[in-house]
Design a protein around this ligand. Structure first.
Ligand code: SF4
Length: 484
C-alpha cells in the first residue's frame, strides 16, 4: 500500500468511492476505469467483483492505486462478465493497520444466491450492531463497519436480496451510499439523508452507478441523474431500472464539504459544477473578507478555483505563486513532525520571482491541524513576501466527521481549541479569515444562506450540529455541542 504522505496528514480525507456497471461486455474493465477516476476518494486499496454465468462470482482486492493493479491483463482476465462493482478506500472505520480482509467489496452467499456490496460512508451505530450480531452467532471476517450490512442481510427473512438489503439498511444509522450486485442485478442505495453522493449513468445498453459524475465521463457514459436520498434503484440485465423509497423520509443532509474539497472539480453535484461552486466560494470570501494586496495565490491544487473566484471578485491579480511538484508521488518517509514539515517543501515550491516584495493572499480549502499552513506561510516569507494573508474556503473545522471522512481527534483540530485571532497568531500571518457558514451556503446556491432551524446540508464539522447522533462515539465519551 502507498504510505500516506506527510503533507496529506493535514487534510481531511474522504474514505471511499463506489462504482458499478451492468449490461456491457467485460464490465470489470469499465469499473477499473471508473475507480481510477475516483482515486481521489481513497488511495489505500481497491477491489472489484464481477459475475459471469459460467464462471460465477470472482473478486480481486489489492492495496495501492487502481492504475498499479487493475491495469494488468492477467488480473482483469480473472474478472469476466457483464456485471461488476468496485470500491476504492481510505480507511477510517475498520483497522488503521491495513488488512486485505478490510478491502471491499464484501461478498455474502445467501440461500437465494450471492451478493457483493461496496459502501461509502460511515455507520454510526456499527459497534452496537456488531456486538449484537456477534452475540447472535455472526462471524465477522473484517474490522470494517460495512460488513455489518452483509450480516444483517443474512439474518433477514425476506425472500430476495434487494428486500434483504432494505431490511439491513433500516437498522443502520449514519451515512451510506451503497453499490451492490447479485447474479442478475445492480443495486444502488443512498441513506435517507443522502449524505454521500451517488449518481446514475448510461453507457451503451448498460447502466452505471458511481460516486461522482467525473467517473462517468472517463468511460463515455451519459449522466442521467443523482440517486435521491433514501432511494434504492434495482437495475436488471435487460436494462430495467426500478426505483423504490424504502426508508422513512427525512430532510436531506448532503455533505457540504463535498462541494468544498472532496469531490473532483469536474464533477456535478446537485445540478451544479463543483468547479463553479468553488469559484463562488472564492467570490463570497472576497466580499466577506477583503484585504489590500498585490497577488491572490492558491494553495495548489484544491485552493485553485476559490483563488480564481477571489481574484475575479476583488480585481487583485491571480498568480501561481506556489508550484506543486506533480511527480513527487508519495514518499517513504516516516511522518514525524520534523519530516512532516519538510514534506510540504518536497511537494510545493514557491515561485520566488512572483512573490518577492509582494503582499500575498493565499487561498486554501481548509485548515485542519494548521501544520501545513504554517509551513507554507514560512516558505512565502522566505521568498521575500511583504505580507501574507490567508483566506480559507471553508468555515473553521472544529468538529470531527463521523459520516465517512477521516478527521483527527477533536483536540487536534486547530479550530476546536483556538479562536480565529488565536489561529492567526499561531500561524503568524498578517490576517486570517474563513468563509462564514452563511457565505458557504450562498456559494452552493442557497441565496438566503443557512436555514438555522433545518440546515439544508450536513455541516457538522463546522457547526457541531450532527444530523444523526454518532451513538458509538457518544458511548466512547464523545461530547456533543449541546452537552458541552
Ligand atoms: S461532518 Fe463535515 S465532512 Fe462529515 S458529512 Fe458532515 S459536512 Fe461532510
Amino acid at each position: 500500500m502507498p504510505p500516506s504522505h506527510p503533507f496529506d496528514d493535514d487534510k481531511l480525507k474522504e474514505e471511499c468511492g463506489v462504482y458499478g456497471v451492468i449490461g456491457v461486455t467485460d464490465a470489470a474493465n469499465f469499473v477499473a476505469l471508473g475507480l481510477h477516476a475516483l482515486q481521489h476518494r481513497g488511495q489505500e486499496a481497491g477491489g472489484i467483483v464481477s459475475y459471469h454465468p459460467e464462471h460465477g462470482f470472482n473478486s480481486a482486492r489489492r492495496f495501492g492505486y487502481v492504475r498499479d493493479n487493475f491495469t494488468k491483463a492477467s488480473l482483469m482476465e480473472t474478472l469476466p462478465g457483464s456485471l461488476s462493482i468496485g470500491h476504492v478506500r481510505y480507511s477510517t472505520a475498520g483497522s488503521k493497520a491495513a488488512a486485505i480482509r478490510d478491502v471491499q467489496p464484501f461478498f455474502g452467499e445467501f440461500s437465494m444466491g450471492g451478493a457483493a456490496i461496496a459502501h461509502n460512508g460511515n455507520i454510526t451505530n456499527a459497534a452496537a450492531l456488531r456486538r449484537e450480531l456477534i452475540e447472535r452467532g455472526s462471524i465477522f471476517q473484517s474490522s470494517s463497519d460495512s460488513e455489518c450490512i452483509i450480516h444483517l442481510m443474512a439474518r433477514s427473512l425476506q425472500r430476495n436480496i434487494p428486500e434483504r438489503m432494505q431490511d439491513a439498511l433500516r437498522r443502520v444509522e449514519g451515512a451510506f451510499s451503497v453499490v451492490a450486485m447479485t447474479r442478475t442485478k445492480l443495486i444502488g442505495v443512498r441513506d435517507p439523508m443522502g449524505v454521500r453522493p451517488l449518481v446514475l449513468g448510461k453507457v451503451g445498453d448498460g447502466w452505471v452507478l458511481s460516486s461522482e459524475t467525473c467517473a462517468l465521463d472517463i468511460i463515455g457514459a451519459e449522466f442521467i441523474r443523482e440517486i435521491e436520498p433514501g432511494e434504492m434503484v434495482v437495475i436488471t440485465e435487460n436494462g430495467g431500472v426500478e426505483s423504490q423509497f424504502p426508508f422513512r423520509k427525512q430532510a436531506s443532509k448532503f455533505c457540504i464539504f463535498e462541494h468544498v474539497y472532496f469531490s473532483r472539480p469536474d464533477s456535478i453535484l446537485g445540478g451544479r459544477s463543483v468547479y463553479e461552486t468553488r469559484e463562488n466560494i472564492g467570490r463570497e470570501l472576497a466580499k466577506e473578507s477583503p484585504v489590500e494586496a498585490d497577488l491572490v495565490c492558491p494553495v495548489p491544487d484544491s485552493g485553485t478555483p476559490a483563488a480564481i473566484g477571489f481574484s475575479l471578485e476583488s480585481g487583485i491579480p491571480y498568480a501561481m505563486g506556489i508550484i506543486r511538484n506533480q511527480y513527487m508521488g508519495r514518499t517513504f518517509i516516516e511522518p514525524t513532525e520534523q519530516i512532516r514539515n519538510m514534506g510540504v517543501r518536497l511537494k510545493l515550491n514557491v515561485n520566488r520571482a512572483l512573490i518577492e516584495g509582494k503582499r500575498v493572499i493565499l487561498v486554501d480549502d481548509s485548515v485542519v491541524r494548521g501544520t501545513t499552513s504554517r509551513k507554507i506561510k514560512e516558505m512565502i516569507l522566505d521568498a521575500g513576501a511583504k505580507e501574507v494573508h490567508f483566506r480559507i474556503a471553508s468555515p473553521p473545522t472544529a468538529w470531527p466527521c463521523f459520516y465517512g471522512v477521516d478527521t483527527p481527534n477533536r483536540e487536534k483540530l486547530l479550530a476546536a481549541t483556538m479562536s480565529e485571532e488565536e489561529m492567526r497568531q499561531h500561524l503568524e500571518v498578517d490576517s486570517l479569515k474563513f468563509i462564514s457558514l452563511d457565505g458557504l451556503y450562498r456559494a452552493v446556491g442557497e441565496a438566503q444562506g443557512r436555514d438555522a432551524k433545518c440546515p439544508q446540508y450536513c455541516d457538522a464539522c463546522f457547526s457541531g450540529e450532527y444530523p444523526v447522533a454518532p451513538s458509538d462515539m457518544i458511548e466512547k465519551g464523545f461530547v456533543l455541542k449541546a452537552a458541552e
